[in-house]
Design a protein. Structure first.
Length: 350
């Protein structure tokens, strides 16, 4: 799954009140059309990238770069590195365990490390090839790697790193999200489906069609309102009821989208489009969703992460040269220009 963002959001609900039903959380209505590129952080370095993960509490950014994970502060300064992660796609963060986890696609492994020191704890084998998306589920304290070529998910005990089980996906899994209460959701690219998984019993509860969405990639969740946001290769975002799997609506986004993030503070979902744009989708508070605006970013900025404290968005990208000539029937990719890797920061104009 090239260039996907793993953005994992899990919100808890306080069910202690017995005398009256809990009030439905209000949805913020920040004027999201005032968003713009505020600055660009020059990062440089070799290697491609995939999902970017942001830890708001620690003020850190985790950037997979092919063979290692760069660890940055929110100003783009490198503070450390997780080495020897061949083909790394994503990073999952478990703050309650002081651990992070990487999905190493070429090595068919997962690497666990300490968040506080960045010390590598252990590298363990997955039960399927090409682990791509990776997710920590706090309700069960388990780590899920979604294995593209293996068409399955490996579930690890997040503390012991033992394999708890393997879940067949029935297709190529893409990005995933958790509701924080024991249900995990994952897009399946080649079947155009969304799967709901029982994280405690390690089984697929439901398979839902995302049509007319095709080849779903990025996925985010508004756990408080049980709404999922899936983006597809055919320039659509689907908003899905996480309880029933019903596609509530689809909205147009840009071309080349591989990531979507939801910010509970603004009530908005954001689709990062590789064409060089960001689509903002807002809920009016009555379960009606609409495109609130589209702003220019940078070409190839197709994944993103949101800082829920500052409401800033971070989109990695780079500058590419012309693609080399190839023989008929072959494919080529344009080369990334040296030291051109950067992070575009988007926020509200004040």
């Amino acid at each position: 799954m090239p260039f996907l963002l793993p953005l994992l959001l899990a919100l808890g609900m306080d069910a202690s009140a017995q005398s009256a039903p809990a009030a439905k959380p209000k949805i913020a209505t920040t004027p999201s059309t005032k968003l713009a590129v505020l600055r660009t952080l020059p990062i440089g370095g070799d290697g491609g990238w995939d999902y970017v993960t942001l830890d708001s509490q620690a003020k850190r950014i985790y950037l997979p770069r092919s063979t290692r994970v760069m660890v940055l502060d929110l100003e783009g300064k490198q503070v450390g590195e997780i080495p020897n992660t061949a083909g790394v796609h994503g990073v999952a963060v478990a703050r309650d365990l002081d651990r992070g986890y990487t999905s190493n696609g070429r090595a068919n492994t997962m690497t666990a490390f300490k968040l506080s020191t960045l010390e590598v704890i252990k590298e363990v084998k997955t039960t399927g090839e090409n682990p791509d998306a990776i997710l920590y589920d706090p309700a069960t304290k388990q780590v899920f790697t979604f294995n593209g070529r293996g068409k399955n998910a490996t579930v690890f005990n997040a503390e012991t790193l033992d394999v708890a089980g393997t879940i067949p996906m029935g297709g190529k899994p893409e990005f995933a999200a958790t509701d924080g209460k024991g249900r995990v959701f994952v897009n399946v690219e080649d079947t155009h489906e969304l799967l709901a998984i029982d994280a405690r019993n390690l089984r697929v509860l439901s398979r839902w069609s995302l049509k007319p969405l095709e080849e779903p990639s990025g996925l985010a969740i508004d756990a408080a309102h049980q709404r999922l946001f899936a983006v597809g290769r055919n320039k659509l975002m689907a908003i899905v009821d996480a309880a029933s799997g019903k596609v509530l609506t689809t909205l147009p986004i840009g071309e080349g989208c591989d990531g979507v993030a939801f910010d509970p503070g603004t009530g908005c979902a954001y689709a990062s489009n590789g064409e060089g744009s960001l689509t903002i989708v807002r809920n009016d508070g009555k379960d009606h969703f609409a495109v609130a605006g589209t702003i220019p970013t940078r070409k190839a900025a197709r994944t993103l992460a949101v800082d829920e404290k500052t409401h800033l968005l971070y989109l990695p990208t780079a500058v590419f040269g012309p693609a080399p000539e190839v023989q008929p029937g072959q494919r080529s990719r344009p080369p990334m220009l040296p030291e051109s890797f950067q992070i575009v920061v988007v926020g509200e104009i004040r």
